[in-house]
Write a protein that binds this ligand. Structure first.
Ligand code: PLP
Length: 411
């Protein structure tokens, strides 16, 4: 039972079928003039339209990249390098606003820019993972060149008030970027309606192939070129286009768009049943993040007295694939920077479990999943020094320390 769709998702059969001819039969380079090349150029433009339609953009506003990480880097560094050229001592153009719970593709890019004299404000979040719009307004300065706040969080699934953030950015004439890697194809994304200027997408989160993504750049917004070379993608992203990947991404975007309502309903039904049954059946279990502002395909639990890595390995034995901490970095045993920012103490954040739902999961599996989680949690608590078996309660508090600053910047 694969329940880690926020880490990556299987390529849809229809997507795969669409991609296959582009490896060896229709293998042209989209920059060449003969028929094979023209064919590649045509499917490239078709995919651009399919991706644009998913977020209500114009195809000319879509640039293909190698994935969400590149898209985030391209936007943040591209704006930073463009603006710094206009910077003067009296009128600096070097301030970026982001949040404490962004994906490392955003956070590490911002940290990198700090080394070169950029100033970054990392907005805190409340216990549900939401930023405060007042904090955002207060953080804006004359030197602010970019606001980058993710649409939905990859760990706890919290959805930010993106339209309102965009409105504030527009009022101050500051470009607004959102990392929509986890939200596009899962909930409605509309760049016009939601006041978005720049947006990052990734194909492998929506049943498309890995290694392909896109950036939406609203007409009129200028970025410094990030990848120099042969001038593909309107000079913004050089390198021979990954035609099979882009064709697959286009098809995946089209299917995600067509099936959005149906998938939202399907995912939400499973999500809500999992939450209800886990909370009812497992003592000392909690939901991380927001119940109200939450991706329909995300559940994120915390079980006191349990260690997340063991939870994942034992659930694997039960045939269930899930994640603890951030799936992009499970090789890294540090506590999650997202859970720390939500104020969850390190020992408790280590006992977390993310299950991210996909079209292949079924409501009929919920009872088995809940029974398996209960079995594994009971087993691990039996062995845990943080759980008193006689009293059947968590005793880890006595070893706890409050969340420290250093916990907040671990990722
Ligand atoms: N942004 C978010 C919110 C993500 O969840 C991920 C991947 O997990 C990325 C960016 C990186 O995307 P990619 O794997 O396509 O580089």
């Amino acid at each position: 039972m694969y329940m880690d769709n926020s880490a990556t998702s299987p390529v849809d059969e229809e997507v795969l079928k669409e991609m296959l001819p582009f490896f060896n039969e229709r293998f042209g380079n989209a920059s060449t003039l003969y028929r094979l090349g023209v064919d590649a150029k045509e499917v490239l433009e078709k995919a651009r339209k399919q991706v644009a339609d998913l977020i209500n953009a114009d195809p000319s506003e879509i640039t293909f990249t190698s994935g969400g990480t590149e898209s985030d880097n391209m936007v943040i560094k591209g704006i930073a390098l463009k603006e710094i050229q206009k910077s003067t001592e009296e009128n600096p153009r070097n301030h970026i606003i982001t949040s404490a719970i962004e994906h490392p593709a955003v956070l590490k890019t911002c940290e990198f820019l700090e080394k070169f004299g950029f100033e970054v404000t990392y907005l805190p979040v409340d216990e549900e993972g939401l930023i405060s719009l007042d904090d955002l307004k207060n953080a804006i300065k004359d030197s602010t060149i970019l606001i980058t706040i993710m649409h939905a969080n990859n760990e706890v699934g919290t959805i930010q008030p993106i339209k309102e953030i965009g409105e504030i950015a527009r009022e101050h004439n500051i470009p607004f970027h959102t990392d929509a890697v986890q939200s596009a194809g899962k909930i409605p994304v509309d760049v016009k309606e939601q006041n978005i200027d720049l947006l990052s997408l990734s194909s492998h989160k929506i049943n498309g192939p890995k290694g392909v993504g896109a950036v939406y750049i609203k007409k009129g917004i200028r970025l410094e070129v990030f990848m120099h070379g042969g001038g593909q993608e309107n000079g913004l992203r050089s390198g021979t286009e990954n035609i099979p990947g882009i064709v697959g991404f286009g098809k995946a975007a089209e299917l995600a768009n067509e099936r959005l309502e149906e998938h939202m309903k399907h995912n939400q039904e499973i999500r809500d049943a999992l939450i209800e049954k886990v909370l009812a059946n497992i003592k000392d279990s909690y939901v991380n993040g927001s119940l109200e502002h939450r991706l329909p395909n995300n559940v994120h639990f915390r079980f006191s007295g349990v260690e997340g890595e063991s939870l994942i390995l034992r659930l694997d034995n039960e045939g269930i694939d899930g994640a603890t901490g951030s799936a992009c970095s499970t090789h890294d045993l540090k506590g999650s920077h997202v859970l720390a920012a939500l104020g969850i103490k390190p020992a408790l954040s280590h006992g977390s479990l993310r299950l991210s739902i996909g079209p292949e999961n079924s409501i009929d599996d919920v009872d088995y999943i809940v029974a398996s989680i209960k079995k594994v949690v009971d087993y691990l608590r039996d062995l845990s020094p943080l759980w008193d078996n006689e009293e059947d309660k968590y005793i880890g508090d006595r070893f706890e320390k409050p969340v420290e600053d250093e916990d907040l910047d671990r990722y």
